[in-house]
Design a binder for this molecule. Structure first.
Ligand code: BES
Ligand code: MN
Ligand code: ZN
Length: 512
């Protein structure tokens, strides 16, 4: 991980490859920027005058200083109008800036942290330390790259290109301690997001269920979590016929991963997080079309985010109890694979008519939710799954859909989404929807009849049947946000790591 240094230094005498200033739209160069502008012979004022830079969100003005300053280049990063200038604007600005700094071969990038006096009119969440955290997070996330499969020459060249080696946050000496704390939190969170992205970026022939289990065990050792892996035999004993039905068509053995963090002592009820871990989804006998099928290596992003979340929770040593559960399987067509019409018996005892083997996520999550809600007495259960293509129709790449049994839990997730930029949006779960998953011949069916619509809600309605007891439960359908969401700090064609930052924030805001 790229180190973040906290320094107190005069901005105009600071030696760095790129000196970064955040600017609101209404702001015109004042204070330190005015002095800077003098040194640059009015280059800033002229950029404003020609409207090459106006402080709009996403805008960057990059100026080489050509010896006029100790910093080799100066960059202004726009945050938009004060009313819109939320932490997400800082995160996205820092992400774009970091990518540009990398292109321009800056080894060190220094961000001048605005002092409280300069923040008038900003959103209340924009406190000094929060800005430091968001800037660090955005920059680190934006500098992520994955090149494990490039042969050596290409990798060497890439290493040479990947030039940002350290980030600096310039702040007052009074603010050093809180800035350092925010930066170190951001760094641990970014590391956990990297873990999640790496798991998602690996192809299906590397990131098998066994691989996910091994990674979970490795991370558990490194971050002092407990880790238990259930094997096929254990799952058979537990009667997980729904999960095992999906796994039947694959030569890869399934794995059921359980990570635990007891940060509040064992007597307190844990929050349970369950993540879909389909390491490749061919659709099974209800085979998917060939075009873009390769993308289905990302069908384990819910599971990957659960593993990354557990890493974050443990490394931040959050004072709460969290259990992460990842049912991991591969969905393949094969002589042993389940067929449309087959009926499976789930761990809950409920029978399921499988009308489409491509609606497999809900089949593995069914048993995982039964396990989670019967083996533990949780305070809340949140699951994350790339469950339906329909969520892309509803919300595009901009939000996860929430289907839940508890409005308060849903609202807490939505609020965390607003704070972290990992947005969530609530769907209704009226009784009528639940009728859609009742089978004529078995207890449930895994898809609704043609023409019923509401694919994302129906997926949630199905999952709800496996949540035992009256524990608050929320399902996050992350199929639209887990990959290539277009945000400046996320890979343009790769895994975002959605869910890690959202749920870390949710857990940090738990009341007692
Ligand atoms: N893994 C897919 C959903 C998906 C689609 C994830 C696009 C990411 C991007 C899931 O298993 C699936 O195939 N869902 C079906 C459900 C249908 C058969 C009810 C779908 O969305 O078409
Ligand atoms: Mn599928
Ligand atoms: Zn799937």
């Amino acid at each position: 991980m790229i180190p973040i240094k906290i320094k107190t230094d005069s901005a105009l005498a600071h030696k760095t490859d790129c000196l970064v200033f955040f600017c609101r739209k209404e702001e015109r160069p004042g204070g330190v920027l005015k002095d800077l502008d003098k040194k640059l012979n009015g280059a800033l004022a002229s950029a404003y005058k020609d409207q090459r830079f106006e402080g709009n969100a996403g805008q960057i003005l990059w100026l080489e200083t050509l010896g006029h300053l100790d910093a080799r280049a100066v960059a202004l990063v726009g945050l938009g109008e004060a009313k819109d200038a939320k932490l997400e604007a800082v995160r996205q600005g820092a992400g774009s800036l970091a990518a540009q700094a990398k292109k321009n071969k800056s080894k060190t990038v220094s961000f001048l942290m605005p002092t409280t006096g300069e923040l008038k009119g900003f959103d209340a969440s924009l406190k000094g330390a929060a800005i430091a955290g968001a800037a660090s997070e955005g920059a680190l996330l934006g500098l992520y790259s994955f090149d494990e499969y490039k042969s050596k020459d290409k990798k060497d060249k890439k290493d040479k290109d990947a030039s940002v080696q350290s980030l600096v946050l310039l702040t007052t000496s009074a603010a050093q301690a809180e800035t350092r704390k925010a930066a170190s939190r951001a760094s641990l969170v970014a590391q956990a997001v990297y873990t999640t992205r790496d798991l998602g970026a690996h192809p299906g022939n590397t990131a098998t269920p066994t691989y996910l289990a091994k990674e979970a065990q490795r991370l558990a050792r490194a971050h002092k979590m407990t880790c238990k892996i259930l094997k096929q035999k254990d799952m058979e004993k537990l009667g997980m016929g729904s999960l095992l039905g999906v796994s039947r068509g694959s030569n890869e053995p399934p794995a059921f991963i359980i990570l635990e963090h007891w940060g509040a002592g064992k007597s307190k009820a844990p929050t349970l997080v369950v993540g879909k871990g389909v390491t490749f989804d061919t659709g099974g006998i209800s085979l998917k079309p060939g075009a873009s099928m390769d993308e289905m290596k990302m069908d384990m992003m819910g599971g990957a985010a659960t593993i990354g979340l557990m890493q974050a929770v443990a490394s931040l040593n959050l004072k709460c109890n969290v259990v992460g559960i990842v049912p991991a399987v591969e969905n393949m067509p094969d002589g042993l694979a389940i067929k449309p019409g087959d009926i499976l018996k789930s761990m809950s005892g409920k029978t399921i008519e499988v009308l489409n083997t491509d609606a497999e996520g809900r089949l593995i999550l069914a048993d995982a939710l039964t396990y989670a809600t019967t083996k533990y007495k949780p305070r809340a259960v949140v699951d994350m799954a790339t469950l339906t293509g329909a969520v892309l129709m509803a919300l595009g790449h901009h939000a996860a859909a929430v289907v839940d049994t508890d409005a308060a839990l849903a609202q807490e997730l939505i609020d965390s989404g607003e704070r972290t930029g990992e947005r969530a949006w609530r769907m209704p779960l009226w009784d009528e929807y639940e009728k859609g998953v009742k089978s004529d011949i078995a207890d449930l069916k895994n898809i609704a009849s043609p023409g019923v619509g509401a694919g994302t809600i129906l997926g949630g309605a199905f999952l709800k049947q496996f949540v035992e007891g009256d524990v608050p439960w929320a399902h996050l359908d992350i199929a639209g946000v887990a990959w290539g969401d277009g945000k400046p700090y996320n890979p343009s064609k790769g895994p975002s790591g959605f869910g890690v930052r959202l749920l870390v924030d949710y857990l940090e805001h738990l009341k007692d």
